[in-house]
Structures are given as C-alpha cells and as structure tokens.
Design a protein around this ligand. Structure first.
Ligand SMILES: Nc1nc2c(ncn2[C@@H]2O[C@H](COP(=O)(O)OP(=O)(O)OP(=O)(O)O)[C@@H](O)[C@H]2O)c(=O)[nH]1
Length: 332
C-alpha cells in the first residue's frame, strides 16, 4: 500500500487492492464455515483448527487482515494464542476478535487483557459480525496510516529523522550485542542554495524528490535505512557493514548522480547537481553513543565540502572503535 495514498472511501476498496483476508481459528469450524459463506465478497476466509496451524498461517504473506479466534481449543486456548500473537512484533498489529460461546464477564475481560480488540458471543448475527470486522479493519488502517505519516518525510516519501533515530538506536544496540560494525554515509547536496535561487523553491523541492528517488535504491538490506534528516541532507545507515562496504556505497552514490546529470548551472564546480559525502564506520560499544558515529560522519562530510565537494571523505576515528580512512582505502 502506498502510505500516502488516500484511505479507501468505501469499505469495498481494500487499500491492499484485494479482498480482506480473515483467518478463523476454531477447532470445530463447521458452524462458522456455514455462517461466513454469507459474508460479502470483500472478504476471503481461511480456517485454522489448531494453535500450531494458526502460528504458521499468520506468518505467511499476505498476512491475515483480521483474526476471529475461538477461546476453547485443545492444547493451547485462544487466550494463550492471542497473547503469543501480541508478543510477536510480526503479528502484534493484526486485530484479533474473540468469537466464543463463553459469555461470562471474566472471560470477556481475559480476552481484552490478552490484546483482543473485540469479543463476540455466539450465536452470531452475520450482519453484526461483518460490521464489527469492517470497523476493526478500518481502525487498523487508520492507525497504520497515521503511524506512517509520523515516520516519513512528506516531500520525498523517504524515512524522516525520527524514523532514522529509532532505527539508529535499535541497530546500534544490536551491533553491540553481536559485535558487528556499523557504517553511516551522510549525503549533502552541493550549492543547493544556488539551486533554489536559480530555479525557484518549487523546482528545489522537485530536485529533492529526484535525489531521494535516485539514491534510495542504494538500500541493500532490510536493516539499512535511507532517510532525509535535514533540508538538503540525507543519510544512509548501514548496520553490519564494514568500511569497505560503506566506501562502495559512497562511490555508487557519486556515480548515480554523475549519471543523472540533473542540471545546476550555478553550482560553481560542475554544470550538474553534485553531492558531498561523509563516511564513518565504527564498532559500536557500550562506552559510546550512536551519536558518535553521526558526529564522525558529519566531520568527514565537512572535510569533503572543504576539499572541493562532489566527493566523499572517510572519518578518521582514533582507537580500536573506528576504522581509519587509510585502512578503508587499503582494503579497497
Ligand atoms: N527547495 C527546498 N529547499 C530547501 C529545503 N530545505 C532546505 N532548503 C534549502 O537548502 C539550502 C541549503 O543551503 P546551505 O546550507 O547554504 O547549503 P548549500 O547551498 O547546499 O551549500 P553547501 O552545502 O556548502 O554546498 C538553503 O537555501 C535552504 O533554504 C526544502 O525542503 N526545499
């Protein structure tokens, strides 16, 4: 789903461009099978009759949009299944509705405490069930939409500084744990003030969008992130990446921009748009914050600007934390 596209005007238009997928978990699903046949064609239904089958199906793509979960099940009851789904970051956002013959308040409360969004007692009314399912899917889509708005830059649609900061903190901790290196490349457009002055602010905006589209492809792994962290400043964060890999990324970025030839007649150094880059690699450790990696890359960026722009510079980091520029060049 394009996170910036308008939300569906009516429930008929699934934002995923397909019918919504309901996973029904029930050890004796015959009654439900019969009832759910009456659902509109906005939905497709899959059945699971055990905890094991459920935990397998929820991790298959595309994941269910919603789960209808029975309480009384052999081996593992519905409360336990729900708790497991909510404790797993891959499945915690799938809304769970309990569907049960147990109508005591204590059971309903237990269901909500396990993380369910609703608890419906049997016998079921199809119309009410469908209305509740629609409401919960809509609420989930709205909260997903709001969440993505908070994490993406509205102009370029790449991750914003907030998202970058969260990923940086998380990946820094992970690299400490596994003794992996982490690299960062800060990318700053050269003479962007002149670009705006020459072509106008609106063309400047379009230019930022073009640069984002061109450079986001340098993200190679699911843990990498490309973000806009300032007006004309982007960052490529590369967990589990050594200095040689980071230098290769910086070279690739220079190559992409040289190839794109975005006109910039007042750039002072070329007749097309260029960028300067600061590259840093560290062995994350408890004694240092993730900010030290950013600081090192930023200092390197300053050197690249000072030395003439349209180039990268590698951070010189003292001690056993960092990889010196000389080492990176030799490996390369
Ligand atoms: N169009 C547009 N311009 C922006 C945006 N954010 C920042 N800028 C402009 O980017 C320019 C950055 O200027 P400087 O920091 O002087 O940097 P520069 O001109 O690129 O010079 P060097 O970095 O030294 O090569 C300023 O003119 C800002 O107004 C934006 O969202 N859209």
């Amino acid at each position: 789903m394009d996170i910036f596209s308008a939300r569906p005007a009516s429930f008929k238009d699934s934002s995923a461009g397909r019918p919504y997928h309901i996973l029904v978990v029930d050890d004796s699903p015959l009654d439900l099978h019969f009832l759910l046949n009456g659902l509109s064609d906005n939905f497709v239904v899959t059945f699971a009759s055990s905890a094991q089958e459920t935990l397998c199906l929820v991790n298959q793509f595309p994941q269910p949009d919603i789960i209808l979960l029975d309480v009384v099940m052999p081996e593992m009851d519905g409360f336990e299944i729900c708790t497991r789904l909510k404790n797993d970051e891959n499945t915690q956002n799938i809304p769970v509705i309990f569907v049960s013959g147990l109508d005591a308040t204590v059971d309903k409360t237990k269901g909500f405490n396990a993380g369910a969004v609703d608890y419906i007692t049997k016998p079921l009314e199809l119309e009410e069930l469908e209305a509740r399912i629609q409401t919960h899917i809509r609420l989930k889509e709205q909260s997903q939409y709001l969440e993505s708005m908070a994490y993406f830059d509205p102009l370029t649609r790449v991750a914003n500084r907030r998202k970058y900061n969260e990923v940086l903190q998380r990946e820094w901790a992970r690299c400490i744990r596994y003794h992996h290196q982490m690299s960062m490349v800060i990318i700053d457009i050269d003479f962007f003030k002149e670009y705006n002055d020459t072509y106008g602010h609106s063309e400047g905006d379009n230019c930022l969008i073009s640069v984002a589209r061109l450079l986001e492809v340098t993200v190679g792994r699911p843990t990498d992130i490309f973000a806009r962290i300032g007006g004309e400043e982007f960052v490529l964060l590369l967990p589990d990446c050594n200095a040689v890999g980071a230098v290769q990324k910086a070279e690739k970025i220079l190559e992409i921009l040289a190839h794109a030839q975005i006109p910039h007649e007042n750039s002072h150094i070329e007749n097309h748009l260029t960028v300067s880059l600061g590259v840093a690699t560290m062995h994350p450790s408890h004694g240092h914050s993730a900010l030290s990696l950013f600081q090192a890359a930023d200092d390197a960026l300053f050197s690249a600007k000072r030395d003439g722009r349209n180039q990268f510079a590698i951070a010189e980091i003292e001690g056993n934390l960092g990889i010196t520029g000389e080492q990176a060049r030799q490996h390369h």
